[in-house]
Design a protein around this ligand. Sequence first.
Ligand code: TYD
Ligand code: MG
Length: 451
Amino acid sequence: MAKNNNYFVCTSCGYETVKWMGKCPTCQEWNTFEEVTEVKNAKTEKVREMKLDAVEDINYSESSRISSGLLEMDRVLGGGIVSGSVILVGGDPGIGKSTILLQLCQYAKTESSILYISAEESISQLGLRAKRIGLKRKNVKLASETDTEVICQAITNNKPAVAVVDSIQTVYSSQIASIAGSVNQIKNSTLMLVNAAKQSGTSLFIVGHVTKEGNIAGPKLLEHMVDTVLYFEGESGSSFRILRSVKNRFGSTNEIGVFEMSQTGLSQVINPSAFMLEGRNINAPGTVVLPLLEGSRTLMVEIQALVCPTNFTMPRRMASGIDQYRINMLMAVMEKNTGMKLYNHDAYINVAGGIKINETACDLAAVVAIASSYKGKKADNECVIIGEVGLTGEIRSVNGMDKRINEAVKMGYKRAVIPKVNVKSVNNFKDQIDIIGVSDVAHAIEVSLQK
Ligand code: TYD
Ligand code: MG
């Protein structure tokens, strides 16, 4: 008799083991193992022959993409939604996943039917939300359903062009003996939905919750099963939202889409630089602007610093939107190379607009912002500052300099302080903007602050 193959899976990283364990040996998380029952199908028929195709013989058409009707969304997807693809959308609660997908139902450029299935909200809640964002379209059908089989059947019968399932953690298949949101349920429900979508040529959007670390809840396997993984990011206090792709079988993962949450849903931000610099106080010391590279786009961000004397033996160092360890390092470099006495000063660094920087190209801007606040001297407000700072106080080269300078010119900046080694690469901008090459921190601070 066939034995039931039961095993345990870590809900955090997907590690499998035959015995239950308290702590996962790979991700070191506690109490994350869940029992999984493997259902084995007895194979009786003969193994069929595999079909082999030469590349030239394969039929495909570029037109198999449909536009989502949202320029920013299309950009992230690599030029529109590929028919029959499965897209996982993750993000913090309340960030706007349901909102953007409902808006996509409104704007997607297709005449075929569109299904929006919510397993989280009742049909009247859905109706209310649809009204709020102004969803009025004959071919969009809404449903409130948690049963995976019922959802799959609806997809197979209706063959919609686009279907949304919100969310994978709340749908439930009665074939699987575990609660909704468990590894087993997520894995099997996704598999069933993906199969249904591929068979009916439906582009399927699946919403996924994220854990407190910011990963999609459930096994990593979920991300392997889908074609595209998008993350919706943003600070809770800010209306600025970024849609980022971390996996895309049909496009680059370098792209971002920028949105703003408003009363009537999300609106696209076509010029993010202007949006980020809105309300900037150019008359105070401690603020510096730099062009940040996000995939193929550049956006201007403002770095702010507040440096003030401390009464404590251990000064406070706080950074938001930028790596705190990096700031500690930069302040140590400044202390050594410029003679500023920062050890008895608290320092608070903030990136305005709730954006997160993970580029070393912002080092020099942070250094100048700190110096500006420390000295109480304004930084030149018509100047952008770009550069990586090394441990000996040298200014190192930065990639994509032409794109950054181009954005600075577009936004009307008059001067740019950049690494000396990069000056040659942006010679063609000489008539439009003053370029100042710097090679050490002290010199960079001197030229960037107003006299
Ligand atoms: P929602 O799409 O429900 O988030 P998620 O599905 O990711 O959990 O977004 C809910 C938040 O968005 C909520 O805090 C209210 C806000 N919101 C607006 O500000 N304007 C709107 O038009 C809508 C629909 C939501
Ligand atoms: Mg939601």
